[in-house]
Design a protein around this ligand. Structure first.
Ligand code: HEM
Ligand code: HEM
Length: 257
């Protein structure tokens, strides 16, 4: 194997390791963070089924973003929807051997690259030109958008211009990463940039705003049932404290007798 292939193979496992461990830790941290108050935002679901439907609408349609700002919704939705289709099409590199026939049908998903790039450009223009948004934007906000843009554009360059890469080689390389059957990767600069930034993205996922992916499921304003008038809400840690307090009280009363 060439040196560059060995370096990229190592980078893949390092970034995947950081991603899995980092995400595991964050998700655990989110799961034990107390939510002491009932704070679902209106219109609130009154049942658990209602919460499930609210979550589905939130994740698939970005419902609350739609209510708050139509422009951000449009660009945000274009980007995320494009990204989803692009990632589905990318599965062909990771599935070892012959691909299921469904992959012939999803060939047009390649045009999703344009949805992704248009969406990201809109979000970037908003950060640069809307004074209120520019004021609250941190360097990392720009970094995320720029990285995703470079990944999207370098991908589109390979797909839509004559700067193609050897996709068979990419498939052997990428599926080999999963089956531990390592092989060389193509070495065109735009492909290496594409891949390197994907690995960087994977590694910084657990310490970046990309944590909104697991985070949305733990958001109390979205995942709580509005049943405060029917059922007393006690967060897990408060319940534990209450039990300890009751035990102590029982002991004290016992001593008094
Ligand atoms: C469950 C899947 C996901 C959901 C429901 C989701 C939802 C959202 C929402 C609602 C926003 C807010 C837009 C705004 O107010 O500015 C957002 C922003 C963003 N998302 Fe996601 N997202 C998901 C997955 C991803 C993934 C996988 C990535 C990238 C790898 C990503 C990258 C971003 C970025 C970079 C922004 C910031 C856009 C900006 O700068 O304004 N998202 N996402
Ligand atoms: C290890 C992971 C990845 C590998 C090996 C890879 C490889 C490739 C290759 C070889 C192409 C050119 C396809 C062609 O010529 O037909 C491509 C296109 C593209 N890639 Fe990636 N990529 C990876 C991850 C990603 C990620 C995470 C994103 C998005 C954040 C992305 C976005 C794109 C886009 C938008 C295109 C153009 C549209 C398309 O052909 O589907 N890639 N990628």
């Amino acid at each position: 194997m060439s040196t560059i292939s060995i370096i990229f193979t190592a980078l893949f496992y390092i970034s995947l390791f950081i991603f899995i461990v980092g995400m595991g830790r964050k998700i655990y941290q989110f799961s034990i963070t107390p939510a002491p108050l009932k704070i679902p935002t209106a219109p609130t679901p009154l049942t658990q089924t209602g919460v499930v439907f609210r979550m589905i609408r939130e994740v698939t349609l970005f419902e609350s973003l739609f209510r708050s700002n139509k422009w951000i919704w449009l660009f945000g939705f274009l980007f995320h929807f494009g990204l989803l289709l692009v990632l589905i099409r990318h599965l062909r590199y990771f599935i070892p051997g012959d691909l299921p026939e469904i992959f012939l049908l999803i060939q047009p998903f390649k045009y999703a690259a344009f949805l992704m790039v248009i969406g990201l450009s809109g979000l970037l223009v908003r950060r640069i030109f809307v004074p209120r948004i520019r004021y609250i934007s941190a360097p990392s906000d720009y970094l995320m958008l720029l990285m995703l843009l470079v990944i999207g554009i370098s991908g589109a360059v390979m797909t839509f211009t004559s700067n193609h890469t050897d996709v068979i080689m990419v498939k052997n390389f990428a599926s080999g990463l999963l089956t531990f059957d390592w092989s060389n990767l193509p070495t065109e600069t735009h492909f290496l940039v594409h891949l390197f930034l994907v690995f960087v993205l994977l590694a910084i996922f657990p310490i970046s705003k990309l944590l909104h992916v697991p985070g949305i499921f733990f958001s109390p304003t979205r995942n709580q049932v509005d049943n405060a008038r029917k059922k007393r809400h006690i967060s897990a840690w408060a319940l534990k404290q209450e039990k300890e307090h009751t035990v102590k009280l029982d002991q004290t009363l016992g001593e008094d007798k």
